[in-house]
Design a binder for this molecule. Structure first.
Ligand SMILES: Nc1ncnc2c1ncn2[C@@H]1O[C@H](COP(=O)(O)OP(=O)(O)OP(=O)(O)O)[C@@H](O)[C@H]1O
Ligand SMILES: [Mg+2]
Length: 248
């Protein structure tokens, strides 16, 4: 059985079908991209998968277990972590303390904790994701950090949580090309370490460089699935993106 198996997943909001019988699988240790025009159901799919919303119908299996309709905290505990399209740091805490919070989570406790004292574990993780350790940056309150650092902080949170399947919802949005170029190797490193990654992205060129497979949503439906090098040649995909300005 696939590591993640989504079957006929559906979510209605009143008359709006945000996710319309979507099915796909994700194999362990791969990086899968989810793309599609604005409003195509990407974030709703992420919310269903991570327990932030309950599906109207369909099922989700993760690592051999059915997780359909489970609470977000329970799903986090099982090893699925996510970041938010709109960053959600603890604004009044210093950057490193933002990572100390997940270090106290039931998920980390269940995994046997991290080796070392929590403040230094948090600083180590921040260093891995590009917070200069000898600078003042890790000690600054999140509210004054530039957007690029807040995106990294989101990434640090799921690393601290020891999530096995990580879902990034538009991690690259609002970042400069140089920032994206520095984040991509970090994501590839997570895959090399055995993590499984789902990336919802509008930055297609950058995503296609690192994804193994891409799923395309349009108006809630999956319209295509395939290798990055072929996906934009699909006539349905071309039609969905017609008139949409492709970023890079
Ligand atoms: N809580 C909600 N209540 C009502 N409608 C919603 C809700 N959340 C999403 N929708 C609708 O569902 C559809 C899919 O939205 P979703 O946010 O999943 O799109 P998306 O692909 O993530 O878009 P974007 O690329 O702009 O982030 C849209 O029509 C949206 O307006
Ligand atoms: Mg979205």
């Amino acid at each position: 059985m696939a590591y993640l198996k989504i079957d006929n997943l559906r979510k209605n909001f009143g008359g709006v079908v945000a996710v319309d019988d979507v099915s796909f699988t994700v194999e362990k240790g791969t990086l899968v991209g989810i793309i599609g025009p604005n409003g195509s159901g990407k974030t709703t799919t992420v919310n269903l998968l991570t327990g932030f919303l309950k599906p109207s119908s369909g099922s989700i299996f993760f690592d051999g277990k059915e997780i359909t309709g489970m609470k977000a905290s329970h799903i986090t505990n099982l090893g699925i972590g996510r970041t938010f399209q709109m960053v959600k740091p603890f604004y009044r805490l210093p950057a490193f303390r933002n990572l100390v919070v997940p270090l106290f989570s039931p998920r980390v406790k269940k995994m046997g904790g991290h080796y070392g004292e929590k403040d230094s574990v948090a600083l180590d993780i921040l260093e891995d994701i590009g917070f200069e350790r000898d600078s003042a940056v890790p000690f600054k309150v999140a509210s004054i950090l530039p957007h690029g650092y807040l995106k990294r902080l989101e990434m640090g949170r799921v690393i601290a949580l020891q999530s096995e399947l990580i879902v990034f919802d538009e991690l690259y949005s609002g970042l400069t090309l140089a920032e994206v170029a520095s984040l991509s190797p970090m994501i590839e490193k997570l895959v090399d370490e055995g993590k499984t990654i789902i990336m919802v992205e509008h930055r297609l060129k950058e995503l296609f460089k690192i994804a193994n497979k891409v799923i395309v949503l349009d108006q809630g439906k999956k319209i295509a699935e395939g290798e990055p090098k072929n996906i934009m040649k699909d006539p349905e995909v071309k039609k969905a993106y017609l008139g949409v300005e492709l970023k890079q």
